[in-house]
Design a protein around this ligand. Structure first.
Ligand code: PLP
Length: 411
């Protein structure tokens, strides 16, 4: 008998969104070698690591070169120097206290948001906002928590919470029972946020339904407005119902360096089949210590440096640079009469396609006529149809050039 595969993988949609975008861009470039394409699709940063971060990184590499300071395996959960700095800087100022063993340092929010589902039973019902960061959906498909995708582009068994113009991109509470709810705020891809009151409703739902919220705050550092919560733990009682994910990727340019962290409060409980309470923190600790061997020491030192006075200043400057791009995009597209969302508390601008064009048609139009690459909203879920995402992560020069080109189009 031959080896059998995990057939859940066959339920995944064939062409991964960014692969299809790359294919279309490549084809366009082959046919138009003289055209300069500006990429505003993938959410990767363009600014290099800041000087303070680089210094800490290099100093730590020097420590690795010396027998007296060399470090081998570190704690799987991360070094306490970093966990301590995280709690002191990211949570204490919000009035939130965390024990160091509630913070798990990792090499990415992608892995953590993807892996977290495996500590929960396959029969749990999962809710996702729609459109959504595809990792939440695909990892649940791989695990076998869904059926096949249906004609409406929805996986059977998943609960979709549409976020569209008509509801101001604020998801309604699930109407049926759900156990695990993925929320990402500030949101990728729509760039929109929830107020504290709106988020508090989800916390209350989770409390009432014994559900757990998986809160992805990868874009927290981009928040500029007052009433936008930086952490779900700003909501009373959230430690009993929520896990929070953060990342240094967009905050500090760590997309290629890799460092993130996940907060799993010890107050958070789930239940075994006998109805006995189990600590989610203990389960995640067991999972990480078994399957993960920690982030490298120099990377953790580099991450720590993002919190030094100089480091903070440099990072804020980089974020301000991207947010200036965002403003340029917002201003230009608004002038064109397009309906746009996001871009105020996040580096993503979510554009309603003109004339009810579908997402891929608008994508092709921008590529062919303005040589600008966006991301078709339909790739993020059925409620993304009719929208397109631009990111503010390119250079200011390219962003301005892209907007000039789009401004010359007629829709
Ligand atoms: N979560 C969201 C919502 C994201 O948009 C991204 C990256 O685009 C990630 C997580 C991944 O972060 P990391 O680079 O830490 O894996």
């Amino acid at each position: 008998m031959a080896v059998k595969i995990n057939e859940n993988y066959l339920l995944l949609q064939n062409s991964y969104l960014f692969a299809e975008i790359a294919r279309r861009v490549e084809k366009f470039q082959e046919e138009n070698p003289d055209k300069d394409v500006i990429r505003m699709g993938i959410g990767d940063v363009t600014k290099p690591l800041s000087p303070t971060v680089i210094k800490a990184f290099k100093d730590a590499v020097d420590e690795m070169a010396n027998g007296n300071t060399f470090k081998g395996y570190g704690p799987e959960q991360g070094y306490s120097f970093l966990a301590e700095t995280i709690v002191k800087n990211d949570f204490n100022p919000l009035g939130i206290d965390l024990d160091l063993d509630e913070v798990f340092i990792s090499d990415g929010a992608k892995c953590d948001t993807g892996n977290i589902q495996e500590i929960f039973d396959l029969n749990n019902i999962v809710a996702v906002t729609d459109p959504v960061y595809p990792v939440y959906v695909d990892t649940n498909v791989m695990a076998g928590r869904t059926g096949p995708i249906n004609e409406e582009d929805r996986y059977e068994g998943l609960v979709y919470l549409p976020c569209v113009e008509e509801n101001d991109f604020v998801p309604e509470l699930p109407k049926t029972h759900t156990d695990l709810i993925y929320l990402c705020y500030p949101n990728n891809p729509t760039g929109t946020t929830l107020t504290k009151n709106q988020l508090a409703k989800f916390v209350k739902y989770a409390q009432d339904n014994h559900a757990i919220i998986l809160f992805d705050a990868a874009y927290e550092k981009f928040i500029t407005e007052e009433d936008v919560p930086h952490s779900i733990y700003e909501i009373e009682g959230a430690k009993e119902v929520a896990i929070e994910f953060r990342s240094f990727s967009k905050t500090a340019g760590f997309t290629g360096t890799r460092c993130a962290y996940t907060v799993v409060p010890k107050d958070l409980k789930a239940y075994d089949s006998d109805g006995k309470e189990q600590s989610v923190n203990a389960l995640w600790n067991r999972r990480q210590t078994t399957k993960f061997n920690g982030v490298s020491y120099p990377v953790q030192k580099a991450a720590e440096a993002t919190y030094s006075n100089e480091g903070k200043k440099e990072i804020e400057e980089n974020i301000a640079y991207y947010m200036k791009n965002s403003q340029v995009i917002r201003d230009s597209l608004t002038k064109l009469g397009l309906n746009i969302y996001g871009g105020i508390n996040s580096p993503y601008i979510w554009i309603k396609t003109p004339n009810n064009m579908d997402s891929w048609t608008f994508f092709d139009l921008l590529l062919n006529d303005a040589n600008v690459v966006g991301t078709p909203g339909a790739g993020f879920g059925p409620s993304g149809e009719g929208y397109l995402r631009l990111t503010a992560f390119n250079t200011l020069e390219n962003t301005k050039e892209a907007m000039d080109r789009i401004s010359e189009l007629s829709f």
